[in-house]
Design a protein around this ligand. Sequence first.
Ligand code: HEM
Length: 396
Amino acid sequence: MQQPQRRARSFADFLPRSPEDIPQVYAWFERMRTSQPVFYTEQMPIWQVFRYEDVQTVLTDYNRFSSEETFGESSLLSNTLITTDPPDHRKLRNLVNQVFTPRAVARFSDRITVVTQDLLDEVKATGTMDVVSDMAFPLPAKIIAELLGVPAEDWDIFKRWARFGGAGPQQAPENGGPVRTMRDEMIDYFSDLLATRRKQPQDDLITSLSKAEIDGERLSEHELVSFCFLLLAAGQETTKNLIANAILCLTDHPDSLARLQQEPALMPGAIEEVLRYLPPVWFLFRRTKQEVELAGQHIPADQMVLAWTASANRDPAQFPEPDRFSIEREPNRHLAFGHGIHFCVGAPLARLEAKVVLPMMLAQLKDLKRVANVPINIHTGIVFVIESLPVTFSPA
Ligand code: HEM
């Protein structure tokens, strides 16, 4: 692995590419928290922030650290919930909260159980599975599709978008038509679905969103389509990796795995520990609105700031023995879902999916082990992605 260093030119230079790299990256975080907790990387240029307290400040203090223009103006995510500051953020968030209620999420519990069981039934007799392609990928994709109201017959289209986070390759033009990006495809698809739901309302999120109002104001067509994209982009890879990371952590810590098989009641705490120890999201961006001082460093206005939530989650000032994986850690105020006004809207759904799928996997896949000598492909951007995670178990 290329060591994180001063001459790094892209974020990828700092990130792990295989499980063996992970301890080195955490060791680098530790050095940075101690020696240069707010570090300017001239080549990118960007300010990197490593300590829990400072990361929390960057995420919370929206008056000084803005979420606007953090994804690039051409992104479908620009001007969505995740890239706006108050007062616009407050309006959008209130609207989303109206439809993304705990009740709306809880009613998915039975569906998550059914989908998980179907997926387990496909592999149970074989004694092997790829945790990513056989479970962690299809489960959240199916649930987000159903939550939005994507009809079952469109599952294959949606699956392709989910695989590429909506930013996939261009489609070969059909009948000599113009080249279409996945983004064009999604915009057209969701616009049509919205129009259909306006005529024939159903009990789904798209229908609720199209009707939701704040001060008599509805979301514009563009805002609605972008929000559908945001849910897919923010909810799919992250939840997929929560499930994969949990199996990675538990197969690496067989004592914890055995304990959870005996005492499933410990599972909610174990999920929080996975989120802290090996989070799906490693860092978040903000942009300074004015000159700020952080940990004694002066950061000029209009600078990009990279807040390492993965480093904050291992800060010994917040977590005693931070490098120990402990399923009974309490308190565990990790920053895996962010903090402050942008705290993850989908956290209850992601937690619910993990709380259903992990106990079912541990109960039904006895003697669960990682396949020895098979490299796990990891690539890391904002989301830490495990591409493949082969395991064996006793065939049922
Ligand atoms: C384990 C799974 C997940 C993780 C680790 C995660 C992580 C995060 C984080 C760190 C943020 C804060 C972003 C920021 O401060 O800039 C966030 C925001 C958000 N997440 Fe999640 N997320 C997960 C699952 C989901 C799901 C399942 C959905 C929806 C289906 C979702 C939708 C969103 C949305 C809409 C926001 C923007 C909230 C706002 O800006 O007010 N996330 N997520």
